[in-house]
Each structure stands twice: as structure tokens, then as C-alpha cells.
Write a protein that binds this ligand. Structure first.
Ligand SMILES: NCC(=O)N[C@@H](Cc1c[nH]cn1)C(=O)O
Ligand SMILES: [Zn+2]
Ligand SMILES: [Zn+2]
Length: 485
């Protein structure tokens, strides 16, 4: 850190360091609540986590705290009376002389089971001081970064440093399941709760690698589909019925195998044609990005990369679509050798979308493709392909007041210029904030590319957590000082 660091940052950063145990304790309490949005039976836990966060906001002096209901979860859903989890709106400061920054985060998490291969219980935060890690579901995605904003407020209060902006929180509990219901809420509040918002900042993605901080200006979208194949009335004995009835699982494997090649090529006609062509200007951007095949291999824990050149890896993560097969509901998946013929199986897959793909057109192509592939099997079973949820891709210009402030903050905290990156993952609501609030959006990641988000042993390095809080604080100060909006 430079010797001329302004006093306010010195005071703030010292306080952040002092409060480290308390900050980690808040993350531990939050991680202990298994707020898995995709598991309908865990919906009360998602709601419990919202209430936990409300308590935290209250104790920090946030005002106008509202738990916004979003109504019932739309189909496909097992329980048609399932309420969506609430969105948490709150503010800290209401000074018309100050800029207003909306911070978005999500308190829901991906599913996690110890049997998946975790070294510890996923919903018990492990604080490993020796390795410098916080380990647990949500540590990096997105419980750790979401709480970061609250810690920024606490550090200001306890250090006696004036908070530089008015802060508005928008924390949702359905991001991992397509942000259902949030778009409508944002549209409704654009001229209400959010009317004075000057900028939106999201901390819900990761550095590209493990060493260099980044600021992010693009995301892929995600359209998530399911194909249901139904046959017999109930699961059957394969010794009694095998070979004499049409098995849903055989049909499903055949249909799913027509979607994508082993080398990642999407086999659905018409998809490639929707992808924006590469320009020379864009091609040059990849040269300056700090990344290597080695980092990808380390993050995946394998040597299974489909591309070896940095440029190819980045292009296929950022600017080309991908299709992933995720799983099969209703299929036998336990240990041992159960000789069952599943009666109904639901295959799940998603497509990461990119400019200029048309989401509705993609749905048509995918559904038609699945129907045709099934028809070719001449099976007496029933097949239905449908969209579960979608979220749009987003790309913006990274040269504005927010990115300038965040670059300055990165130099202050990390002593380096951040790389400007796009992200292969999705945050479905990003584009809605930009369009509805007519503001710029900055993605300011806290964690590293090897954090294992959505995977086993998800972690956040303690240094990233602490420096990430300092980075958030410095960004708010520099943005507050900037002349432009
Ligand atoms: N940290 C962002 C993230 O993990 N986003 C999810 C969003 C999503 C979309 N559909 C299902 N989940 C992602 O998988 O990218
Ligand atoms: Zn996330
Ligand atoms: Zn996620």
C-alpha cells in the first residue's frame, strides 16, 4: 500500500482488520442456514436467512427495511402454492447531497451434500487460518460478498468515518434459480424505492485467476431446460420388464446425446448463426488479459481443458455459447446396483447465451430439436421439453465513473491495475437493473477463480474477504468523489 494513503482509508482499513473475527462470525451464522433455492423443501430456510439478514441490517442502523413478497413460484414446480422468497430492500443514509448506490447480492445458495465429496459439513463454515480460507456453501457465492456490504457500513460506523453515499440494498433469494419474480419488482420500484439510484454494484462473480483482481463488464445469460420422458406407471423390475417395454431412461439418454458433442460443439441447428461475429477490436482485447491454461487446470483440478490457447479458452468462456448436461431427476443415482427401470425421468440441461442470441428463438430451436430427436426413436413413451427459467446476457462499456472509481480502489487496496474481464456465468438480473434504472452496472468481484462456486469445498480466501471489504469501501468513496454519474 502507498505511503500517502489518505487518513480516512487508514482508519477504515485498520478497523476492517480489527473487526475480522466479527465479520467472519456473521458469515458463519449466515452459511449455517441452508438457503437452497432450488430445493422446494428448503424454502423455509431461504426465508429464515432473509430474516437473519434483516436483523443484521437493523442492528447496523439501516432504515426503511422491507421484505418484499414476490408471490407464488411459477411452473414447473411440484408445490403450486410455493411462495417465492422475499427480496430485502433497505437503505443506509438519505442525504440528497450524496450519490445513491444500489448494491445487489443473493442470499440463496446452490445445493450441497457432504456425500458429494466435501471435506467438511457444507453448512458449517470452516475457518482455516493456516490455509487462510473460509470454507462452506455460499462462502464466495454469494453470502461472503453480500455480507461484505454490511461490514463496510460497520467499519465506517466504528471508525467514525462519514459514509460517502446513500446505500440501497436489493438482496434476493432466488438468483440460483433464475431470479424469478425480481424483474417485475425492479420495474415496479424503478420510480419508487429505486428512484434516486445513480449506480448499481454487484459483487457476485470471481477473478479470472487466483492472483490478479478484475472488474467485470459482461456476463453470459442462461436458459435452463428440462426434458421429461414418461412411460410405465411406476418404477419396474428390470428382470421382469427389461427388453419387453420401452424404457424412458434409454430414450432420454438418446435425446440428450443429440444436444452437444464431446468437444463442446452445440448440435442444435440455428444456434451458432445467432452468435455475434468477432471484430478485430474484440480479438485484440484478449491479448492483454492475464490468464493461462495452467490456471484453468488448477481451478478444475484436472487436465481436461478442450482448448490450450489462452485466447480460445477466454472466447469460449465469454463470447461463445455452451451447453451443459446437469442431471436426471428420477433416475437411480445412489451407490450399489439397483436393478430398477425408472418410470419417469427428467433430464436437465442449460445453454449459456451470448450476444446476439435471441432467447425466445433459442427456446423454439431447443424444444423443436428435442421433439424431433424423440420422434426419431419411434418410442411409445411421452416426451415434453420445456424451459425452466432464463436470464439474459449482459455487456457494457467499462469506461465510466464507476469503473474508474473501482480501478482506483483496486490500485489502493491491491497495488495493481485490475484486468477488465467478462464472465462465463450469469447474474440474470443485471441487465434489468441497467435498463429499468437507466444506470451503469459494475461487477466488483471479491473471490478468486478457483473458489469452487457451485462445487464441493467452496471457499473464499480470508485475504480476499478482508481486502474485498476494503475494496468495496474505497470504491464507494472514489465514486462519491467523482464528478460524473
Ligand atoms: N454467481 C452467479 C451465479 O452463480 N449465477 C448462476 C445463475 C443461474 C442461472 N441459472 C441458474 N443459476 C449461474 O449458474 O451462473
Ligand atoms: Zn452468485
Ligand atoms: Zn451461483
Amino acid at each position: 500500500m502507498s505511503a500517502q494513503i489518505p487518513t480516512k482509508f487508514e482508519q477504515l482499513f485498520k478497523k476492517v482488520d480489527e473487526l475480522k473475527p466479527q465479520f467472519i462470525d456473521v458469515v458463519a451464522q449466515a452459511v449455517a442456514i441452508p438457503a437452497v433455492s432450488s430445493d422446494e423443501t428448503l424454502r423455509p430456510q431461504v426465508v429464515k436467512k432473509a430474516h437473519f439478514l434483516v436483523q443484521q441490517l437493523e442492528s447496523l442502523g439501516f432504515t426503511d427495511i422491507q421484505l418484499k413478497p414476490l408471490g407464488l413460484q411459477p411452473p414447473p414446480v411440484s408445490n403450486p402454492n410455493l411462495e417465492l422468497p422475499p427480496v430485502i430492500l433497505s437503505r443506509y443514509g438519505n442525504d440528497p447531497q450524496k450519490k445513491t448506490v444500489l448494491v445487489y447480492g443473493h442470499y440463496d445458495v446452490q445445493p450441497a451434500f457432504k456425500e458429494d465429496g466435501w471435506d467438511s459439513e457444507p453448512f458449517e463454515l470452516v475457518v482455516d487460518e493456516e490455509k487462510g480460507l473460509l470454507k462452506g456453501r455460499g462462502a464466495t457465492d454469494d453470502t461472503g460478498p453480500l455480507t461484505g456490504w454490511l461490514h463496510v457500513v460497520r467499519a465506517h460506523k466504528e471508525a467514525g468515518v462519514e459514509f460517502p453515499v446513500n446505500l440501497i440494498t436489493c438482496f434476493e433469494g432466488m438468483e440460483e434459480s433464475g431470479s424469478l419474480g425480481l424483474e417485475e419488482l425492479i420495474a415496479k420500484e424503478a420510480n419508487g424505492y429505486f428512484k434516486d439510484v445513480d449506480a448499481v454494484c454487484i459483487s457476485d462473480n470471481y477473478w479470472l485467476g487466483t492472483k490478479k483482481p478484475v472488474l467485470t463488464y459482461g456476463l453470459r445469460g442462461c436458459n435452463y431446460y428440462q426434458v421429461t420422458i414418461e412411460g410405465p406407471q411406476a418404477d419396474l423390475h428390470s428382470g421382469v420388464f427389461g427388453g419387453i417395454i420401452a424404457e424412458p431412461m434409454i430414450d432420454l439418454v438418446k435425446v440428450m446425446s443429440t444436444l452437444v458433442d464431446s468437444d463442446g460443439k452445440i448440435l442444435i441447428k440455428g444456434v451458432d448463426e445467432m452468435v455475434a461475429p468477432m471484430t478485430e477490436k474484440e480479438r485484440k482485447l484478449y491479448d492483454n488479459i492475464d490468464f493461462s491454461l495452467d490456471e484453468l487446470n488448477k481451478a478444475s483440478g484436472s487436465n481436461t481443458a478442450l482448448y490450450t490457447k489462452k485466447e480460445d479458452i477466454l472466447m469460449h468462456r465469454w463470447r461463445y455459447p455452451s451447453l451443459s448436461l446437469h442431471g436426471v431427476e428420477g433416475a437411480f443415482s445412489g451407490q450399489g446396483a439397483k436393478t430398477v427401470i425408472p418410470a419417469k425421468v427428467i433430464g436437465k440441461f442449460s445453454i449459456r447465451t451470448v450476444p446476439d442470441m435471441d432467447s425466445a428463438k433459442l427456446d423454439e430451436l431447443v424444444i423443436e430439436h428435442c421433439e424431433k430427436a424423440f420422434a426419431k426413436l419411434n418410442s411409445p413413451n411421452k416426451c415434453k421439453a420445456e424451459l425452466i427459467h432464463d436470464g439474459a446476457y449482459w455487456i457494457s462499456d467499462p469506461h465510466n465513473a464507476q469503473f474508474t472509481a473501482a480501478s482506483k480502489a483496486t490500485r489502493l487496496v491491491y497495488g495493481v491495475e485490475p484486468d477488465l474481464t467478462r464472465e462465463g456465468g450469469s447474474i440474470p438480473i443485471t441487465v434489468t437493473f441497467q435498463d429499468q434504472l437507466k444506470t451503469s452496472v459494475l461487477l466488483l468481484p471479491m473471490g478468486r477463480g478457483d473458489d469452487g462456486a457451485h462445487s464441493i469445498n467452496e471457499k473464499l480466501d480470508i485475504s480476499n474477504f478482508i481486502n474485498g471489504i476494503k475494496l468495496m469501501a474505497a470504491y464507494l468513496h472514489y465514486y462519491a468523489e467523482s464528478k460524473e454519474i
